[in-house]
Design a protein around this ligand. Structure first.
Ligand code: SDX
Length: 428
């Protein structure tokens, strides 16, 4: 709370509302009493100027291109920490001591297997089902399996559900991939790292041993960290809204997966690589830049622009460096990376992109790395969902334990028909 206020004048007089300050970032106007005071709602489609909650997990300064997780800069975490450390940090607020990290890692490893019934669940899908459709279905189905961890008023049960989700997402994602290519599911190997286990379940086969490539493991770990959480983005807000009704935690995460799938959100990583491949050669870039600027053309540069970042997405910087490192270390040259770099250079010098402050976002370069590692483009958003699950469960836990929390129920500006009487069909 501050002693600062905002006064609104309107036909009925004026009302004054308190400003609340956080630890960093913009103040907020506490307008919870606006409707009872004035009979008016605020109007903010897309929530461009609306803070939906208080949170201590992630801070973004969009103007400066800053991203902090519990105060730690994303580039330091991506460079120096493990994904289990980041998961612990997001969930508990502090970097774990060695014994805390070991206990957390062990606990997660105890939940990596799926109930065997769930593997038959996959057989209900066509082999060409999109992995995100499978992820939605299978994660939603988890809500039918774990009745011992769905009393959301019990912090212990909330944490067990959180551990189960973090632990099982790699297994579920790897199985979704195996199912589409007709290979047998590979069970978790808990002696491996979280990331190494995922790579083995995805690319290993029962017929021969699988050696985790350290270059790929490091790149994957960094990609998971870069995708772990991102304040109140669309899919996190979906998880919070679903959770605000007291819904089953597994069902809430399935709702987040559904929202993330959209091409305007997590689906952009798949769309960005497809776009870069469609452009093909640098000489075709001007044609696509022109299309992106054409108001009459629905085409947008995928992997570009962001609701919050009006500067370079700090994750995109790390992603671009990682792309070059991985290609170099794997001895792969991918013309798509050159096209991506060239496109970025041209766009960042174009007035349209400069004026609208459109920069590459987390999705612009990630596909180059994932493609080099061997993932099909359809798996890219499933990997995003795998990593973002730690953020979703951290935000869900924070929301449930927030004393100010209540069911989310926005209002509207009604522009439909006024009251009118029913007309029988023979008189219409
Ligand atoms: C993610 O919220 C998060 O934090 C998300 C995320 C996370 O970690 O959770 O960061 C992950 O979703 C990243 C964004 C991935 N999406 C894309 O790359 C798809 C392409 N980008 C756009 O669709 C768009 O930039 C959004 C959806 C990301 C943001 O859209 P906004 O904030 O609603 O902005 P807008 O659509 O109102 O755009 C502002 C202007 C518009 O022009 P005008 O109407 O003002 O004339 O910029 C234009 C848009 O037409 N614009 C683009 C553009 N992005 C915005 N023009 C061309 N190409 C683009 N990519």
């Amino acid at each position: 709370m501050t002693d600062k206020t905002l006064t609104m004048t309107f036909d009925g007089g004026e009302q004054t509302y308190p400003l609340l300050s956080g630890s960093v970032g913009p103040d907020v106007v506490d307008i919870r009493k606006l409707y009872p005071d004035t009979g008016m709602f605020t109007y903010d489609p897309g929530f461009t100027s609306t803070a939906s909650c208080q949170s201590a997990i992630t801070f973004i300064d969009g103007e400066k291109g800053i991203l902090l997780h519990r105060g730690y800069p994303i580039d330091q975490l991506a460079e120096q920490s493990s994904f289990m450390e980041v998961a612990y940090l997001l969930l508990h607020g502090e970097l774990p001591k060695k014994n805390e990290l070991d206990t957390f890692t062990y606990t997660i490893s105890r939940h990596t297997m799926l109930h065997e019934q769930l593997s038959t669940f996959y057989r209900g899908f066509r082999r060409d089902a999109h992995p995100m459709a499978v992820m939605c279905g299978v994660v939603g189905a988890l809500s039918a399996f774990y009745h011992d961890s769905t009393d959301i008023t019990d912090p212990l049960q909330r944490m067990i559900a959180s551990h189960r989700l973090i632990a099982k997402m790699p297994t579920i994602a790897a199985m979704a991939y195996k199912y589409t290519i007709g290979q047998p599911f590979v069970y978790p190997q808990n002696s491996l790292s979280y990331t190494g286990n995922f790579l083995r379940m995805t690319f290993g086969v029962p017929a021969e041993p699988y050696e985790v490539n350290s270059v790929v493991e490091r790149a994957m770990r960094r990609i998971f960290i870069l995708h772990a959480d991102h304040e109140q983005n669309a899919s996190t807000s979906t998880v919070r809204l679903a959770g605000s009704s007291g819904a089953n935690p597994f069902a809430c995460i399935a709702a987040g997966i559904a929202c993330l799938w959209g091409p305007a959100h997590g689906g952009a990583n798949e769309a960005a690589l497809n776009m870069l491949r469609e452009i093909g050669r640098p000489e075709r870039i001007p044609e696509y830049i022109a299309r992106a600027k054409d108001k009459d053309d629905p085409f947008r540069l995928m992997g570009f622009g962001h609701r919050v970042y009006k500067n370079y997405d700090p994750r995109a910087k790390v992603m671009q460096q990682t792309a070059q490192e991985v290609l170099d270390e794997l001895g792969i040259s991918d013309p798509v990376l050159d096209t991506a770099r060239e496109l970025e250079q041209i766009a960042l010098k174009d007035d349209y992109f400069v004026e609208k402050k459109l920069y590459p976002n987390v999705d612009f370069y990630s596909g180059v790395i994932l493609n080099a590692i061997g993932f099909p483009t359809e798996m890219f958003t499933a990997l995003f969902a795998l990593a973002r699950t730690v953020g979703w469960v951290a935000q869900w836990n924070e929301m449930i334990s927030d004393p100010e929390q209540k069911i989310g129920r926005p209002r509207q500006l009604y522009v439909g028909a006024k009251r009118r009487d029913f007309v029988p069909v023979d008189k219409r």
